[in-house]
Design a protein. Sequence first.
Length: 356
Amino acid sequence: MPQPPALFPEDENYFALINGLKQRIRRAQLKAALAVNQELIMLYWHIGQEIVERQLSQGWGSKVIDRISKDLRREFPEMKGFSPRNLQYMRALAEAYPDEQIVLQVIAQIPWGHNQSLLNKLNSPEQRLWYARKTVEFGWSRNILDLQIDTNLFTRQGGAITNFERTLPPEQSDLSRDLLKNPYNFEFLALADEVQERDLERALVERIRDFLLELGVGFAFVGSQYRLEVDGYEYFIDLLFYHLKLHRYVVIDLKVTEFKPEYAGKMNFYISAVNHLLRDERDEATIGIILCKSKKRTTVEFALDAVQNPIGVATYKLREELPPALQGCLPTAEQLEMELDAAIREIGAEQDNSPL
């Protein structure tokens, strides 16, 4: 007797169907969310434009924003976003971006909260658009956007000294140069300025998520003290990464001193070893990054002048220590915690003793 078809097939075709449907639904959800966000930002921009134009042509003062807020909230009580503060942001949005096409193509592609951060933290139109485009490109959350602005990524990115223009094809040189920053911000590490190289490396590995965030999108951690064997001798790379978008290994050598010319020769050797021992036909040429406490431009340029492998030299910034005069004057974290616990106990005792 033939068996009835299964109600819940378990074959590969069924799972392929489900996975395909899930992906299509997620893409549709994302497109719908982006479309809603774009319409909202464009609405806010047009409202801001109306306010700016009417204030200029009619001579209306700032109090008109309070009146507009009351009337719109009365008419659309179910809608949020028409507070006087938000209307001020709409006005600021229209003043910051007078070109509607720029708003449509870039600004309306990121959420309203991100736009508020750009308006709050930046005065330069060039920088606002740069951070907005990077947000679209990398999908930064608002917290990540705030962090990138606070650490001044705009001026740090691409600021390292490199020989990429000479050692990489033109289409790869600019992309690879954009990987590098100067200085790198390691303020998330609780280290003194006079730190040993192994301590710095160990701290970065322990805070690898923060380190990857500072390196930028696309870096995947391969290992620390990565072992290579050449002619029977062992060599250890401080930090080895792979860049998923550029399809290349990235060797990082950490130095706690000012840049010295011999560092370039050592990095050149590491890159050649990785190219011969790890790289395959799908990978692009390996690049190296030497991170130093400080550097002199001419010394770096001379050291990289005849090197055939692509190398960049950048500095890093650790958390600034208090001036000696203030050290010991401020409470430690443990002291603050003890004071807080004591205050909580004191408040609790007062509440227990208070009359009903």
